[in-house]
Design a protein around this ligand. Structure first.
Ligand SMILES: *Cc1c(COP(=O)(O)O)cnc(C)c1O
Length: 311
């Protein structure tokens, strides 16, 4: 199946409402990408699978937490294309709690290898060695066991999304002042920054950290983008204590956005980033400025959220 056709791009950009300083907030619905519950990982998984084929590999090895949207989408895509695949799942402090994402993988009978967060590198190396022994040519999602080597492939995904945004801006004669989104590994923001550089775009691209501190996060975005780290805006002040942690304010944002707009967010990624954006807009920008929030998906995590918050 052709890539554009499977993903259903470009995704819509819709007007949402006014921000705390009278900004005009728009949202790009990458949560509506047309494969396996959507999200930014659809675009990323497509380019990674392409990269795997170009490198002559025949076994896909993914990596993530039990909440991982990436593992879900990669697993589904490998199923659809009949490519053998395995997901390495890092458990923090031996956590065993499943999620809708991990349950979707189980349902598809995708093989999982569990490891402690402190033993990722050894587990990746061991897994790749075992597969080579079985005469496979494994492809590791982050390049080598230190996580480097696939940057130029990955950046294509969100460079293309940036181009969609640019087309929309030209057609609608609305030029965003800022583009906000949840930023984790830097694959999404790196692509956006690379796309913007290639097109000489002027918006501020603001990654709201969901896990890393500003120095590490910006360095990783810069690596994926192929630009110096001082050209990257990666904010860690809305982290709320770390990956997966959240407060009542984020819960209220999720409830509000669902009730007002019918759009699901989640506490780990999009709910945290949307809350951070609203705080940033309280003290920055001007009345009437158009700003864009990229909804990076994670729909199954909304269901984990409401299941956890049942009264
Ligand atoms: C993975 C993910 C992110 C972060 O994307 P990176 O490319 O890792 O920075 C943001 N939002 C959602 C819903 C995700 O699944």
């Amino acid at each position: 199946m052709d890539m554009q056709c499977r993903l259903v791009t470009p995704t819509p950009i819709q007007y949402l409402g006014t921000g705390p300083g009278g900004q005009r907030i728009y949202i790009k619905r990458d949560d509506l990408l047309g494969f396996s519950f959507g999200g930014n990982k659809c675009r990323i998984a497509e380019v990674l699978l392409q990269d795997m084929k170009e490198k002559g590999c025949d076994f896909f090895v993914s990596y993530g937490s039990r909440k991982s949207n990436l593992n879900r989408v990669v697993g589904t895509l490998c199923k659809a294309e009949n490519i053998p695949c395995l997901v390495i799942t890092a458990l923090e402090d031996g956590e065993k709690e499943d999620t809708f994402n991990s349950r979707i993988l189980e349902r598809m009978e995708i093989q999982s290898v569990f490891c402690d967060k402190s033993h990722v590198r050894e587990t990746v190396e061991q897994t790749l060695a075992d597969l080579r022994e079985k005469r496979y040519h494994p492809y590791y999602i982050y390049g080598d066991s230190t996580g480097k080597g696939n940057e130029s492939a990955v950046r294509k995904a969100y460079a293309a999304a940036y181009e969609e945004i640019r087309q929309w801006e030209k057609q609608n004669r609305i030029y965003f002042r800022q583009i906000f989104h949840a930023s984790g590994t830097g694959m999404t923001q790196g692509g956006l920054v690379a796309g913007q550089k290639a097109a000489s775009g002027q918006e501020q691209i603001i990654g709201i950290s969901v896990a890393r501190n500003a120095a590490r996060g910006a360095a990783e975005v810069a690596r994926f983008a192929g630009v110096p780290a001082d050209q990257v805006c990666f904010l860690d002040e809305y982290l709320c204590g770390g990956y997966g942690k959240y407060e009542e304010e984020i819960e209220r944002t999720i409830e509000h956005v669902m009730e007002q707009y019918g759009i699901p967010l989640d506490p780990t990624y999009t709910g945290k980033a949307f809350t951070g954006m609203m705080k940033w807009l309280e003290t920055h920008g001007n009345e009437g400025d158009p700003v864009l929030f990229i909804h990076t998906g994670g729909t199954p995590l909304y269901f984990d959220f409401i299941e956890k918050n049942m009264i």
